[in-house]
Design a protein around this ligand. Structure first.
Ligand SMILES: Cc1cc2nc3c(=O)[nH]c(=O)nc-3n(C[C@H](O)[C@H](O)[C@H](O)COP(=O)(O)OP(=O)(O)OC[C@H]3O[C@@H](n4cnc5c(N)ncnc54)[C@H](O)[C@@H]3O)c2cc1C
Length: 386
């Protein structure tokens, strides 16, 4: 089955999963330790993902995407992340930027950017976070002012995935300070080679080392009217339109790490002998493996449930928050358990458990922290009682 077909049925989705699992095993797993140690941007893997139709999975076929469901997207994210979370991260980024271009772009903007982004040749970034605005996007300070027909952009973005390598960035800026989140923010397509755009430093991160992260500084960047994505003032709405899908994507990425942790821990527990028996014969180790399997499966069910709500157009916000919260925290738990089961070896560079532990940690922070997810879930509960 081609992954470019819509996968309405379980057998079609199973075929998609088999294809991605095979790709991850043959083309990601063999280079993962090299990518973790060199922090190289693996262009060749992204070009292959473009060829296989693994970029822009829910982007409509008429816009060059795979035209799939959110359920397809999360299945692909888990499989890619089982191979390496940084690779899944790139798929998630293209999914968000591609969806925003498909949903809000003019035909000219789509023609200009989408083919390159979905084929994995054009490197994109999605720039919301600022020094003074993380969880609280309402305090954004990056400002775009009109100057004749043009816009002039000033401000700073930090912790932006792909900033060190991006060709184009989707940048959220304040265009009406009086309205801010209520129609005062707009999204701009900024070619990174435009005069006045400066890439900041590349951050040294704890994990997901092959995903370059850094900042942008915008100083009097003159943008043509065609740089505005969607209507003036639609920027915050655009962010919200992809938020839930983005959270499920990161939940699924976390769950891929979780499954990798379970597999490496199980393998070690049955092969390593101490006191004359395999580690897995010690009940304390076996029960940890059981808890890891339950965490992984529970996360998958929460993710699939939320994806089903999104795919059928139902209210999905709290369900997506529950899935992202649980899957990311389960991934942190499972990678920590894997390190423990591996013993001293789990603390050594080059051993998968050590990398997985570092790769998992960011998943409770980006795409909305665990605390933000708990706020959304609890506010929904209170609203229903009120
Ligand atoms: C590797 C990496 C990649 C990233 N990629 C991108 C990207 O591509 N694009 C992008 O725009 N951003 C990106 N980010 C930024 C990321 O989305 C933010 O770090 C995240 O939203 C949290 O914001 P913050 O770091 O400013 O933390 P803060 O918002 O300052 O939060 C700090 C702590 O306070 C808690 N907190 C904040 N508000 C509340 C509240 N109301 N109630 C309870 N607790 C609260 C938080 O949960 C957290 O524990 C990335 C970050 C990293 C590290």
């Amino acid at each position: 089955m081609s992954p470019r077909q819509t996968t309405d049925t379980a057998p079609e989705r199973d075929a998609l999963i088999t294809m991605v699992r095979d790709f991850a095993a043959k083309e990601i797993t063999p280079v993962v330790e090299e990518l973790d140690s060199t922090e190289r941007f693996p262009e060749e893997i992204y070009a292959r993902m473009g060829e296989l139709g693994l970029m822009g999975i829910t982007v409509p076929e008429r816009d060059g995407g795979a035209g799939g469901h959110v359920a397809d997207y999360i299945a692909v994210m888990e499989e890619l992340s089982y191979g390496y979370a940084s690779v899944a991260d790139q798929c998630g980024l293209v999914e968000l930027v591609g969806s925003l271009l498909a949903g809000y772009g003019t035909q000219e903007q789509k023609d200009r950017y989408l083919p390159g982004i979905i084929s994995g040749r054009t490197r994109c970034a999605y720039a919301l976070t600022e020094p003074g605005a993380g969880s609280d996007l309402g305090s954004l300070a990056t400002r775009a002012r009109r100057d004749g027909a043009d816009w002039v952009l000033n401000g700073e973005k930090i912790y932006i995935h792909n900033a060190p390598v991006a060709d184009v960035a989707l940048v959220l800026a304040v265009t009406d300070p009086g309205r801010r989140k209520r129609g005062g923010m707009s999204m701009f397509l900024v070619d990174v080679d435009t005069p006045g755009v400066e890439r900041g430093y590349r951050e040294k991160k704890m994990g997901q080392k092959a995903s370059p992260v850094g900042g942008f500084v915008f100083t009097d960047v003159r943008l043509p009217p065609t740089a505005l994505l969607g209507a003036e003032g639609s920027g915050f709405g655009a962010v919200l339109s992809v938020l839930e899908k983005g959270r499920l994507g990161i939940g699924a990425l976390a769950n891929g790490i979780s499954r990798a942790a379970l597999d490496t821990a199980s393998e070690h527990a049955v092969s390593r002998h101490q006191f004359g028996q395999p580690l897995s014969d010690f009940q304390s180790v076996a029960f940890q493996l059981a808890d890891m399997a339950v965490d992984h499966q529970a996360a998958r069910l929460l993710l699939e449930h939320a994806a089903g709500l999104l795919d059928t157009g139902r209210t999905a916000g709290p369900a997506c928050s529950m899935a992202k919260l649980f899957a990311s925290e389960a991934s942190v738990r499972n990678t920590s358990r894997a390190v423990q089961i591996l013993g001293g070896g789990g603390y050594i560079r080059g051993v998968p458990a050590e990398r997985l532990y570092r790769d998992a940690r960011i998943t409770t922070i980006y795409e909305g922290t665990s605390e933000v997810q708990r706020l959304i879930i609890s506010r929904d509960l209170v609203r229903r009682r009120g």
